[in-house]
Design a protein around this ligand. Sequence first.
Ligand code: SF4
Length: 250
Amino acid sequence: MGSELRAQYLQAMGIDAWRLRASSVDAQVVSAQAVNARPCAVPVSSASLGNTAPDIATNTDWDVLQQHVADCTRCDLHRTRTQTVFGVGNRTADWLVIGEAPGAEEDKRGEPFVGRAGQLLDNMLAAIGLDRARNVYIANILKCRPPNNRDPQAHEVACCEPYLQQQIALIQPRLILAVGRIAAQNLLKTDVPLARLRGRVHRYGERQTPLIVTYHPAYLLRTPGDKRKAWEDLQLAVRVYRELGGGATA
Ligand code: SF4
């Protein structure tokens, strides 16, 4: 991405352009703590999802998984949803962005991160050369909207988690960007505040996928003063990706 174009994106985020830090990543692994979650009443086996050996070369596993989500009644959120919000983007992307749960607009349109917060996320991603239609996949912890946009409850997360885990197994991302406190804490199984989860490299799952934490764009719309910190988080993610041999994102 050219510097002029990058500057335009940063301007769209409402922040000034900064230069990349020259220092290497100060990676720290945060050990996961047990989350205080009530188990979901209805277990989901990987066999029931039709995906014991995912094949990302075909859409078969994705189609089965997406249909399971569309039909899901594992928690009470199915009663109030307009539709499920499965995810969007490139299913073989190196980058996976994970948010919290659908809001009103997402529930209406069936796509994560739409509306003003979605626009800001798109601008943030564009600033590091990512495009939801091209080289990133975007999903949420929950596939159904919690009423009145309340925080997801622990048992809802427990019910929905197998779907996200299947998506991650299919995508096999090189890097995960956890957007917002709810996503970060649930992925890392911790109750450590978001401010202390930022600025370091966590690891997710058996593949020890690097996971970077940043602010939710809805929060940034309310607190634009923290956009600079979000930009630092994105720069950390880019450095980690490059150190993995991922090359340029643009
Ligand atoms: S939130 Fe997840 S577990 Fe609950 S009904 Fe929706 S898809 Fe099923």
